[in-house]
Write a protein that binds this ligand. Structure first.
Ligand code: ATP
Length: 237
């Protein structure tokens, strides 16, 4: 394994019964990278992320994380070694406050001073959450809830952040804020693997972009090389 390579996915195959959702996918995420998966609806992007975090069983293939083969590791053990997955949609606990949501994200929930320190770090990274720490999460805007979902995942001090369409359904201003935050997360040495299909700016800021088409990775390029035309080509085949 390359020393700067944090995640390596080799020849992954995933099926839902008869539906072969991922046929053959290999990718790597470097230690300081944002890696983006693109592809049309049903291409297998969400399935691939879920297989990497262990939510779905593999038919074939291998997942190596930090040099360790984690192919057969259960989900909770993957979380424990630093894989954090924020699924599609904003899964925050609506009736709880922002601060309570963050506390729930701390993986080892016993060291109170450490949790408090981590929470303060999150408030620095997401000033929008700091102002509202006592507000009920369910009353925040979609963008704010997305920020909270990301911050909660970061509470566990992951070594890799996996995000499924973090800009989905957000206003242009909120999309800008989320993307800025992702760049700051990368600058704190936490690499990000994300699915993005609509926001060209989000795709262009990625160090590496993989294009999926009907379950197969068909192209790999630097984010800066991605234009509207290139995307159209991958989405429309
Ligand atoms: P989208 O951009 O629409 O979210 P995607 O690229 O994330 O799409 P997946 O959600 O991974 O695609 O779906 C890949 C394929 O697997 C699709 O054909 C989909 O219909 C199928 N699929 C997804 N989830 C299930 C499931 N729970 N049971 C059966 N088939 C599924």
């Amino acid at each position: 394994t390359h020393p700067y390579e944090l995640l390596r996915v080799e020849d992954l195959r995933v099926a839902y019964g008869e539906v072969q959702a991922v046929k053959n996918a290999s990718l790597t995420v470097g230690a300081h990278q944002i890696v983006s998966l693109v592809g049309s609806n049903g291409a297998g992007k969400t399935t691939l992320l879920r297989a990497i975090s262990g939510v779905l069983p593999l038919q074939a293939g291998r997942v190596v994380f930090g040099g360790q083969d984690i192919t057969r590791l259960p989900v909770h053990a993957r979380v424990g070694i630093g894989l954090a997955h924020v699924p599609e949609g904003r899964h925050v606990f609506g009736p709880l406050t922002i601060a309570e949501n963050l506390r729930l994200g701390a993986y080892s929930g016993t060291d109170k001073p450490a949790i408090r320190r981590r929470m303060e770090e999150m408030f620095e990274l997401f000033p929008i959450l700091a102002e509202r720490r006592s507000q009920q999460a369910g009353t925040m805007s979609g963008g704010e809830q997305q920020m909270l979902a990301i911050a909660r995942a970061l509470m566990s001090q992951p070594r890799l952040l996996i995000l499924d369409e973090p800009t989905m359904g957000l206003s242009p201003k909120m999309i800008g804020l989320v993307l800025e935050t992702l760049v700051r997360i990368r600058s704190q040495q936490i690499p990000i693997l994300l699915v993005e299909q609509n926001t060209v700016e989000a795709i262009r800021m990625a160090d590496t972009v993989y294009a999926l088409r009907v379950g197969e990775i068909v192209a790999q390029m630097p984010g800066t090389g991605v234009t509207e035309d290139v995307l159209k080509h991958f989405y429309l085949g």
